[in-house]
Design a protein around this ligand. Structure first.
Ligand SMILES: *Cc1c(COP(=O)(O)O)cnc(C)c1O
Length: 408
């Protein structure tokens, strides 16, 4: 079995995994109970610095809150990135509460409700418009409220981000305005008294680990943005090029080569410099900033033997960590990197399956994974858990308490 890259970078002291230099025992005491999530703020900072060092200096970094909306995490990131991207009224409030200026917040997402649009207009954030109908609803609201709106058109390109974990562009999609419809709207918006067209938003997909696919998508995105800017007749204030950078979840997956990504981007911007001189360029990232900084920690309650197999029965499971269970859009379930947290430097001795407390066979933490022998009371730690964890899980299912979240 190939070893997981994420396992090689962990800090260990006296057999215990350290998170943000603290032992699991200390963190468990701080949490007051298991299971809990711990997010390491220094790893988040390191990731932002690494991106900034690799990417051309003019690229602005936005954090897409949906990856991890814990307010403390958002507040921490607000001090590191250039802007925040939200996709609901709740996220908008979290973003504004962080102190990030409204001018640097954008609001994307399909089926925005009237109260969400009104809050976005009143707050002065940039609204990424997802359909012609939504544009007209914004126009009516502006009329009612007697307020202007800052808008960007979210474009559904006629191409897709190849080999993305989740594709969100190309073909018929609930996201964005088909690229062939965009020029008509740009015409309609010319000199509009209340709707101020500031930019374009072209987000094609997420969780991509293939450099060539990302590069091809960035190139096509810039070409599309140039054609649409020509239709606009003057430079746009900002273009959001999307993101899609993935992290390695499974054995055999490799981290993206950031330096190469940055060099290619610099080259691309050089080719497009004539029409981009007065336009701000944004990349929006979620999991890439927070995914590897997060750990899900639960406890073994018993070792169970059933017809030749060993199960570690734990207090944590899919109600806290749906994506780890394999039920958040995955086609084939594979194990996230998992450690016995208090035996983190010990060699694997046995193959076990790790299950949670829910009455469903879907409640899998790991299947047939090679680990040191774990006993009742030991900690099971799931790595790469900082994105699409607590907030992306059905916490109410079966009525157990939610996972505690710590930023350390
Ligand atoms: C989900 C989403 C993101 C974040 O995706 P990641 O894979 O976490 O980077 C960014 N922008 C939009 C519009 C999204 O829907």
């Amino acid at each position: 079995m190939s070893r997981h890259v994420a396992l090689d970078n962990q800090q260990i002291d006296q057999h215990q995994l350290l998170i943000g230099n603290q032992t699991l025992q200390n963190l468990a005491l701080r949490a007051g109970r298991t299971p809990f999530y711990a997010y390491d703020r220094s790893l988040i900072s390191q990731r932002v610095s690494a991106l900034r060092a690799a990417l051309p200096a003019c690229i602005e970094l936005h954090y897409a809150i949906k990856a991890n909306p814990m307010p403390a995490v958002v507040d921490w990131l607000a001090g590191l990135v250039d802007g925040l991207d939200v996709a609901s009224l709740g996220e908008l409030q979290t973003a504004l509460n962080s102190g990030m200026p409204a001018s640097e917040i954008s609001f994307a997402g399909p089926a925005k409700q009237p109260a969400e649009l009104a809050a976005a207009i009143a707050s002065g954030v940039l609204i990424n418009v997802e359909s012609p109908d939504e544009l007209h609803r914004i126009e009516q609201l502006c009329e009612q409220l007697q307020m202007p709106a800052r808008i960007a058109l979210r474009v559904n390109p006629d191409f897709e981000l190849k080999s993305a974990g989740m594709k969100m562009s190309g073909g018929a999609k609930p996201f964005g305005i088909d690229s062939e419809q965009v020029t008509i709207l740009i015409e309609e918006l010319r000199d509009h008294p209340r709707l101020h067209l500031e930019g374009l938003h072209i987000f094609s997909g997420s969780q991509n680990l293939r450099l060539e696919a990302i590069q091809e998508c960035q190139q096509r995105t810039l070409e599309l943005a140039r054609r649409l800017t020509e239709a606009h007749g003057k430079p746009l204030h900002s273009i959001n090029l999307g993101g899609g950078l993935g992290i390695p979840y499974f054995p055999g997956e490799q981290t993206l080569p950031l330096a190469q990504l940055g060099e290619n981007m610099a080259q691309l911007l050089q080719e497009h410099r004539d029409w981009l001189a007065d336009t701000r360029l944004v990349m929006e990232l979620g999991r890439y900033l927070v995914g590897e900084a997060g750990y899900y920690v639960c406890r073994v309650l018993e070792r169970k033997h059933s017809r030749g197999q060993t199960f570690l029965m734990c207090d944590g499971g899919l109600h806290h960590h749906l994506s780890n269970s394999g039920n958040f859009g995955q086609v084939l379930r594979r194990n996230y990197p998992v450690l016995v947290g208090n035996r983190a430097d010990q060699p694997a001795e046995e193959a076990v399956s790790i299950h949670g407390p829910l009455c469903t066979p879907l409640d899998i933490i790991a299947e047939r994974i090679e680990l040191p022998r774990a006993e009742a009371g030991d900690w099971i730690v799931v790595l790469q858990s900082g994105a699409y964890g607590a907030s992306a899980s059905p916490a109410a299912f079966l009525g157990h308490p939610p996972a505690v979240e710590l930023l350390v």
